[in-house]
Design a protein around this ligand. Structure first.
Ligand code: ADP
Length: 519
């Protein structure tokens, strides 16, 4: 009798395997971090071989702790960091280059070229097809970079020897046998982040692939999020669910009705609003993306507000500034003052994502006076996450024409109660954290379990979802709007920073880093 589901969460900083029970509770966990490789300023890579090794290891850890036989596993579900691109040789199973991670900005020249030379003008060139603006964030331009820059890659790709995939594809191909008959697939949610998928037909767009010089033979088959794709050769268990991490969290948060939304607070923040079977085009800087598709059922779409830097600002204060020793300590600092002392931090470290999509913005701390101290800085750092979320929520309200009644939250930062209260205050709506905050892995487990009949359908997910904690707004309307207006003003101070001089300065940093590495 199968009593459990195994979820694999191939994340940005680590890979985890979690065994879930039928009640949606965590039974056991295996987790391992992988190396973040920064070859130059703005470049971020992972070693795909390390990711695959870690995947096997964490599965072993979770199953070992669970002390169950393989036959007790009903299915395997997979969720993953989205957009991160892997290109490998199908004959040898070897990646031709490291995985280029979603945060990597090396494709900025490529996207400006694709936009016809001016990103302000041409960013929306493919938006009608794929729902996304041209940005360094998405996978397609990363694949183009590999084909353009790795010796021999383009010839091999054109000969049909190379495969592309996001990390779900890479893991599934390896799990199902790799060079010995591995299946080369992805799901609609991951495919919707490449810029290469047509949102309406849910198939690859030849037009975009051709514009980016990507041979169609490299692309994985696009499947639904919940169906049997193949079997793990090692475990003999069906792989039956795939969702990109943010969509998996939306699924795990049981946001199945049009108008429901969740916000995940991790390295960055990602808010998704279920827009039902309708494709809503954003007028306010949001992305149009797939929410999920269960087997043969109609696809469900979402609007997404992606914020590049939230939790990673806390990491920056820890690692680069030394303000804190560990992330939770920021709350101790911030609670020693009642407000931000007039100080705002806009963490536009690599430009601004939603709702601005400005490549040329750079971070700023504004409103400094002799009065401001480290407690205000800590507070301003936390508040920046809440303000950025408000901007995305406002955009969602504007696009959808309805005001969201409450916000379901998850991710590492939601442990911070000060932030959650401030979030409710600045939004003016309730913020709700579920009991099981591991919504990402849980979502993938549900998708897989539904495909094999372990769960009957989404109603089981709704029934299992339980409220953990709720924060209600306590701040007055006038105060809320005054603070928010100041935030908006602070944001404008980051615009148009990157010009020729700033570019030269960034190049000098790159050179110095290169020399330091060589020496
Ligand atoms: P990801 O899945 O993107 O790797 P997580 O959901 O694990 O991220 O969240 C980790 C992020 O949350 C880190 O960037 C960390 O700085 C931040 N974080 C963790 N705990 C706290 C806390 N108590 N207060 C503020 N930020 C926190």
């Amino acid at each position: 009798m199968a009593d459990y589901i195994l979820a694999i969460d191939q994340g940005t900083t680590s890979t985890r395997a979690i065994v879930f029970t039928h009640g949606g509770e965590i039974h056991t966990v295996g987790q391992k971090e992988h190396e973040q490789i920064f070859p130059k300023a703005g470049w971020v890579e992972h070693d795909p071989a390390e990711i695959w090794d870690n995947t096997r290891e964490v599965i072993g850890t979770a199953l070992g702790k669970a002390n169950i036989s393989n036959s007790q596993l009903a299915a395997i579900g997979i969720t993953n960091q989205r957009e991160t691109a892997v290109v490998w040789d199908k004959n040898t199973g070897e990646p031709v280059y490291n995985a280029i991670v979603w945060q990597d900005t090396r494709t900025s020249k490529i996207i400006t070229e694709l936009a016809g030379g001016d990103l302000e003008e041409g960013a929306d060139r493919f938006k009608d097809i794929c729902g996304l603006p041209l940005a360094t964030y998405f996978s397609g331009p990363k694949v183009k970079w590999i084909l353009d820059n790795v010796e021999g890659a383009r010839e091999k790709a054109e000969a049909g020897d190379l495969l592309f995939g996001t990390t779900d594809s890479w893991v599934v191909w390896n799990l199902t046998g790799g060079t010995e008959g591995g299946v080369h697939i992805t799901d609609v949610t991951n495919a919707s982040r490449t810029m290469l998928m047509d949102l309406k037909t849910l198939s690859w767009s030849e037009e975009v692939a051709e514009a980016m010089g990507i041979p169609m033979s490299m692309l994985p088959e696009i499947r639904s999020c919940s169906e049997v794709y193949g079997e793990s050769t090692k475990l003999g268990v069906p792989i039956a669910g795939i969702l990109g991490d943010q969509q998996a969290a939306t699924f795990g948060q049981a946001c199945f009705e049009k108008g429901m939304s969740k916000n995940t607070y991790g390295t960055g923040n990602f808010m998704l609003l279920n827009t039902g079977t309708e494709i809503v085009r954003s007028e306010n800087g949001l992305l149009t993306t797939l929410c999920y598709k269960i087997g043969e059922e109609e696809a469900v779409y979402a609007l997404e507000g992606s914020i590049a830097v939230t939790g990673s600002l806390v990491q920056w204060l820890r690692d680069n500034i030394g303000l804190i020793q560990d992330a939770p300590e920021i709350e101790d600092l911030a609670t020693q003052v009642d407000d931000n002392g007039g100080c705002y931090i806009v963490p536009a470290f690599s430009g601004l994502f939603a709702p601005y999509w400005k490549d040329d913005a750079r971070g700023a701390i504004v409103g400094l006076t002799r009065y401001v101290n480290k407690h205000h800085i800590a507070r301003a750092a936390l508040e920046s996450t809440a303000y950025q979320t408000r901007e995305v929520l406002d955009a969602m309200n504007a696009d959808s024409g309805v005001d969201l009644p409450e916000l379901r939250v998850d991710g590492g930062m939601v442990a911070n109660e000060t932030l959650m209260q401030f979030q409710a205050d600045i939004l003016g709506v309730d913020v709700v954290r579920p009991k099981v905050a591991e919504t990402t892995a849980l979502g993938a487990a549900y998708a897989a379990g539904i495909a094999v009949g372990f769960w009957e359908g989404v109603q089981d997910v709704v029934d299992n979802w339980e409220e953990g904690q709720r924060w209600s707004p306590q701040m007055g309307e006038e105060e809320r709007e005054r603070l928010y207006r100041q935030w908006k003003k602070a944001v404008t101070r980051t615009f148009d920073w990157v010009d020729e001089d700033a570019e030269r300065a960034e190049e000098a940093v790159e050179e110095a880093e290169g020399e330091a590495q060589d020496g």
